[in-house]
Design a protein around this ligand. Sequence first.
Ligand SMILES: C[S@@+](CC[C@H](N)C(=O)[O-])C[C@H]1O[C@@H](n2cnc3c(N)ncnc32)[C@H](O)[C@@H]1O
Length: 434
Amino acid sequence: MTQIQEERTITYYTVELGALSRDGHATAEISEQNEAGEVHTRLLQVPAGLPGERVTIAVEAPPTPRPGRKRRHWKQRPPRVWITELHETSPLRIQAPCPVFGTCGGCQIQHMRYTAQLEWKREVVHQLLHEVGQFTDPPLLDTVACDDPWHYRNHMRFSVNREGQAGLTARGSHRVLPLEECPIAHEQINRALKVVNQHVNPRPQVLIRCATANNQMLIQPAQSEEVRQQMAEQGIEIQAETMEEVLGGQSFRIRPSSFFQTNTAQAEKMARMVLDGLLADQPEEKIRQMTVVDAYCGVGTFAALLAPHVGKVIAIEESASAIKDAQWNMRAVEHVEIIKGKVEDMLPGLSARIDGFVIDPPRAGCQSTVLDALIQNPVARIVYVSCDPSTLARDLNILCNVSQAYHLRSVQPLDMFPQTAHIENVAVLERTTL
Ligand SMILES: C[S@@+](CC[C@H](N)C(=O)[O-])C[C@H]1O[C@@H](n2cnc3c(N)ncnc32)[C@H](O)[C@@H]1O
């Protein structure tokens, strides 16, 4: 059935949903007829669906270019798809608690039992290690669950609408959704959001970051005295430039623009995995003489936690703000060298004998110069922390299969981002030629 509503063409299909895509959307195959009468099939992404479900979906055709508009500036958008009726539901389905789930661009899998989310994430990593990484039988562990898969985010970036209200944007658009609270944001952030939304906020965004170890909070842009007062009544201490968070028993100073792990409870587990990955099964004496590199070190999280155990840590980071924080965070540690620069520029020039590497690059993974340096001068162990399993699989293939410089010991998925399709992993590699 096709309806034309206010220039919008919406077609309805009743389909059985297929596997979840990497983005956490179910897939649906539909048959369409073009103007020449030819029938072809199309694969659609269906948000908030689950494999095996029988549903009716609405498919809104994307807008076509207005006459006179130059086609070369035109970007074809995918159709908007949503479920209008559930006929047969999956046993994995639960009621998503958020009223804007399915519309909001933040979460993709709130409607899926948490244990199934963990299994699905492991399956995605397995498939990528197999297809992209070329590992026939990857040493992949079970996903480590987040003890509380709600209210875990210590950092939220809200968009501001024309009325000055802060919220999250709808999937695939810039429309700001009205939001009382977000079920994955830390409770302290939800308290702050309520206060912020009693006022008109400047566009385009409000960034809120909170500590979990104390009541400190960073808000950008800077807030008025009235807002600060209202926050104080809620027990929130707005900080001017930096806040302090505790991880692994150490205190870290963080500026608004520095990277810090968004899920503090899971970051604690991740830090333990990094230390174990680099140091486990080695005699104390040897560990005390090791020189390790924390590449893409951010505010120095892993470097600071490794420093009490090893002989020397070299920490490399390009962001000026994170470097300032790292210098403060490791101000009392003598055997840490902090280098400001791009890892790909700094690594080839390192002259020290390196025994181990922690690499925690952004989603794009490692530059080829970084991988080349690791292959040319193999180190005993690498712990590769990754927030994108496809680039992780690509890089592991180069390090382990193509060059055969390393052996893949383990890949540990760790659920840093429950209710979303994001997947974090900690991989441990060992040099093949000792
Ligand atoms: C995923 S974060 C990891 C931070 C840190 N390991 C932690 O756990 O808090 C990646 C960091 O790499 C930095 N970065 C991105 N590209 C870089 C590059 N080419 N060279 C050095 N640092 C880079 C970013 O500024 C960010 O701080």
